[in-house]
Design a protein around this ligand. Structure first.
Ligand SMILES: *Cc1c(COP(=O)(O)O)cnc(C)c1O
Length: 384
């Protein structure tokens, strides 16, 4: 029998390894010149004059961004239940409340028509999640935010690189966009994230809060002309800085982001073709002119398929193929369900997608043979 094909693997090359070794030899392990370089490269990659602030996770970045735009106790922040718990938990860190609205069943992204209905006098912000790497419909979301004076913090954990109306996510007129470099994401630093934004004041608040509320970061502390021991604490900040070891990976992963996207997109097209005759619903696509980051390839089992999604995943595992589910919607999770008294049917689209969705392996280290194995296993499980 073939070796087990995992659901996801990072794609780390010699350049990344050499850069990490260089950092280790330099003695500079925490935030320093490599982090600075990664931030500059990232800002240049996104373009549009943005600033990029490296952090140790997207969760940290989302928390920082929400804090910096002024979210606080009792505020409401609109997002979808079809996401990872990090998107909503950061709202609770600040004593605010997530207000969930359902997804559009065709895109798996937040339904702009439902956002407006969820707005109350306490609503302060929207967190759109670009699910799987497909852009949310940003025009109506930005129009609603403008009309009601709401902030927008984009959860772009899946969306490097993704475009909307031919422009990269990260360049839109929102308050902040947050990327993840968690090991399974489109570029990986093990743990890591980036906050991208244009507003200088929000950027400065994020910069200070990311390192203990100190008004200069470690890099400045050791390279500025002021005495090296001097610093000022201006707020009770967090410990969210990125290490130079992680940034060493990021610098080289970022250079490959375009090629990775192309490969993922080709692989997704290959799956689409191979499954065209099966009783399944293929993943939603971006318009032709736009980039889909293809962080995930989410297949939905058709009504005609007699077996459950869970059984499908068990049978795939018997064939040596790892699958996953994105996501167990938050309204089914005990904490969110019980805290906000949510019922399964409150979000029928998120529920329907969840019950029949399976994420297949899709990563750049997979060979053509690996992908053929996945296709054969899917056909076998579905008796085709
Ligand atoms: C992975 C993920 C996060 C959190 O990213 P970390 O870097 O692991 O903190 C946030 N939102 C979504 C949608 C994710 O998939």
């Amino acid at each position: 029998m073939n070796e087990f094909l995992p659901f996801a693997l990072p794609d780390i090359g010699e350049d990344e390894i050499n850069e990490v070794v260089d950092s280790l030899r330099s003695g500079w392990l925490t935030t320093g010149p490599k982090t600075r370089r990664f931030e500059q490269d990232f800002a240049a990659f996104i373009g549009g004059g943005v600033e990029a602030l490296a952090v140790n996770s997207a969760t940290a970045g989302l928390h920082l961004a929400l804090e910096a735009v002024g979210i606080g106790t009792g505020d409401e922040v609109i997002t979808t239940p079809h996401t990872f718990t990090a998107t909503a938990e950061v709202v609770r860190y600040l004593g605010a409340h997530p207000v969930f609205v359902d997804i559009d069943q065709n895109t798996f992204n937040i339904d702009p028509l439902k956002i407006e209905k969820a707005i109350t006098p306490r609503t302060k912000a929207i967190i759109p999640v670009h699910f799987a790497g497909l852009a949310c419909d940003m025009d109506p979301i930005m129009a609603i935010a403008k009309k009601h004076g709401l902030k927008i913090v984009e959860d772009a954990a899946h969306a490097l690189p993704t475009t909307y109306n031919r422009k990269l996510i990260g360049t839109f007129d929102t308050d902040a966009t947050v990327y993840s470099f968690y090991v399974t994401k489109t570029i990986a630093t093990g743990e890591g994230g980036m906050v991208v934004l244009k507003n200088k004041e929000i950027a400065e608040r994020c910069r200070v809060m990311r390192l203990h509320g100190i008004n200069r970061d470690v890099f400045n502390r050791y390279s500025s002309t002021k005495p090296s021991w001097h610093y000022e604490v201006v707020a009770p900040g967090f410990k969210y800085n990125m290490t130079d070891v992680a940034a060493s990976l990021g610098i080289h992963q970022l250079k490959k982001a375009g090629a990775f996207q192309k490969r993922r997109s080709d692989m997704a097209a290959c799956y689409d073709k191979a499954f065209a005759d099966l009783p399944v619903i293929l993943p939603p696509k971006s318009p032709k002119e736009d980039l889909h980051a293809w962080h995930l390839y989410v297949l939905r089992l058709g009504d005609e398929v007699a077996i459950s999604r869970d059984r499908f995943i068990e049978l795939m595992a018997e064939k040596g193929i790892g699958c996953s589910v994105h996501f167990i919607p938050l309204h089914l999770q005990p904490y969110w369900r019980d805290t906000y008294n949510l019922k399964p049917q409150d979000f029928p689209n998120a529920l329907a997608v969840y019950e029949r969705a399976v994420s297949l392996p899709l990563y750049t280290k997979m060979t053509e043979k690996d992908q053929e194995r996945v296709v054969e296993a899917v056909r076998w499980v579905l008796n085709f």
